[in-house]
Design a protein around this ligand. Sequence first.
Ligand code: F6R
Length: 353
Amino acid sequence: MPDLDAPQEFAACDPRGMLAFVAGLPQQCTEAWDRVQGFKLPDEYRRVRQVVVLGLGGSAIGADLLRGLLAEECPVPVMVHRDYGLPAFVDAHTLVIASSYSGNTEETLSGFDEARRRGSRLLAVTTGGTLAQRARAWDIPLYLFHYETQPRAALGYSLLSLLGIVQHLGLVGVKSNDVAEAISVMKQWQEEIQPAVPTSANLAKSLARELYERLPVVYAAEHLSEVARRWKGQCNENSKSWAVYDVAPELMHNTVAGYPYPPGLRDSLFVVVLQAPSNHPRVQLRFKLVCELLQRDGFRYRVIEARGQSRLAQMLSAVHLGDYVSYYLAMLYDADPWTIANIDLLKERLSKG
Ligand code: F6R
């Protein structure tokens, strides 16, 4: 197994420097939050009855986290649509936000075009591409940001731009303190999990070693549910590994029934349970019982406590840890954490008809 405690060797399999983007998330969040404060939308956008964010992959996850964050406080439903077209309920009273880093994702563009036909309030959040062109041509509000990276590494922009926008619309209370806390908690945790810290004292490296040559299975609940999805996506895209995630309490009503078979899986999985101090006490008890089942049946698992007081800090601290884990897992597999050959291949094939 490659040596995670020789970080000087990482550059050989990370020539484009994904590590700097993983480490740069707190700073990116600072910049994204400052920038969005100056962005204003027309007043009629405040009267929308629901919000639908269109996006896929790295451009959808920011919206997923936003939805998890707002669930307890936003007076209107927020939904993430990762498909062609639009759900039937989307109408002129719906705010439709198209989120695409490249601005060229065909599913997102299809929903955007359909929302224009239905007379929805529209907004485009992107770095450019066809989405920016259409927004300009159709005189639709456009939030352009410039941060050159892979879409999934622009999470600070995709999440905090959306958060700033819904805050401006009055759909949530002021979040500046939570953003400041989240940034500070990420910076503190980074001190403990950065490459210079040896595996013996580094949670991210030791988790990556556990996940190496096993299937990562990530469990979470409530506002951390979409963080589990982020861990899955980062293991896929950065580490080039299979990964799955599951959400409580639903998983206690089906997933646990499937633990016995196939028996050969026992040594091939590693379960990460993401928890937060603010999880519902019954959910915490449920996770404790699930861990007892995993233990009884001989599965490997580890419980991780997200850090911070606010839901945003808990979410972003757990995201930051997961990003580092996926990076170290990429190093163990000797995989370039930047490239996404299979995604590029599919996009290229699709562009040919
Ligand atoms: C690539 C990545 C992908 C893209 C997705 C959609 O780093 O994260 O999941 O985000 O293919 O593309 P965009 O973000 O350009 O709309």
